[in-house]
Design a protein around this ligand. Structure first.
Ligand code: ZN
Length: 261
């Protein structure tokens, strides 16, 4: 029997905490069965760094976009550059985008404007979008429902930690639901109950590294190799084997992001 193969659908390999050992981090992920990592841009510069990593390492692909907390500081020309970068062959997704009401770095109005732009770019390129949601469940669902009237949405709710109602509304729109390390934390029983009920063909896994290190490594710098810890918790609550959970989520990620074999 072959050992399980995972896809980490959301990490930030361009962050400064990986600066000195990114090659080692990518190699140890490969050894842990992580066959593909999707590194996510948060600004124009971060999107460029994400592409550089995807060009250098064949297990790494990139997403390009401007994360909601950074939209206010975007300079003129940054969005136009994202439009160009989105065409790059190693770019397989658009984002991250969405709404964040926890931090107050950008007005909600400007965040919503960029959220629309990312979804439209996704539609134009045929590359799915990645949604960041922090304490903005209602607003995000409303905006997605509005966008769905323009055409079928293709995307994922990343690091899902909202309620059952939000999960259902997003599934209704055809979106995927991705879980990160938070689903492994002891107190998040409700999130595990939600994860248990997501249809198998809509489930994805991620690390959001270097953030959100899963239990029992909580508080440490996270890295893609640890996606297996989240996968194990999901396998347990869904009462399937780790192998089955891994192969299902890997198949889902390959399908959504059109990842070449
Ligand atoms: Zn992220």
């Amino acid at each position: 029997m072959t050992s399980p193969q995972f896809i980490d659908t959301h990490c930030h390999l361009d962050e400064s905490s990986f600066e000195n050992d990114v090659e080692h981090v990518i190699n140890s992920a490969r050894e842990a069965g992580v066959i593909t990592m999707l590194t996510i841009g948060t600004t124009r510069e971060s999107s460029e760094r994400a592409i550089a990593l995807a060009e250098k390492f064949d297990t790494v692909f990139a997403a390009v976009g401007i994360q909601p907390n950074y939209v206010a500081e975007a300079k003129s020309g940054d969005w136009e550059r994202i439009l160009e970068l989105a065409q790059h062959p190693r770019v397989i997704a658009i984002g991250e985008t969405g709404l964040d009401k926890y931090w107050d770095y950008s007005s909600l109005e400007l965040q919503a404007d960029y959220f629309d732009r990312h979804i439209e770019l996704s539609r134009e390129t045929g590359k799915p979008f990645i949604v960041h949601n922090r304490e903005a469940d209602t607003e995000i669902v409303k905006q997605l429902q509005g966008q769905a009237k323009q055409g079928q949405l293709q995307g994922v709710m990343h690091s899902f930690c909202a309620d059952q109602k939000t999960a259902e509304a997003c599934l209704e729109l055809g979106l995927y639901i991705s879980f990160a390390g938070m689903v492994t934390f002891k107190r998040n029983e409700e999130l595990r109950t939600i994860a248990q009920k997501i249809p198998a063909e809509k489930l994805l896994i991620e690390t959001d590294s270097p953030y959100l290190s899963p239990h029992p490594m909580r508080g440490k710098r996270n890295e893609p190799a640890r996606v297996a810890l989240t996968a194990q918790v999901l396998a347990d609550v869904r009462e399937v084997s780790l192998e089955e959970l891994a192969s299902q989520t890997t198949r889902n990620a390959k399908g959504l992001f059109n990842i070449p074999e």
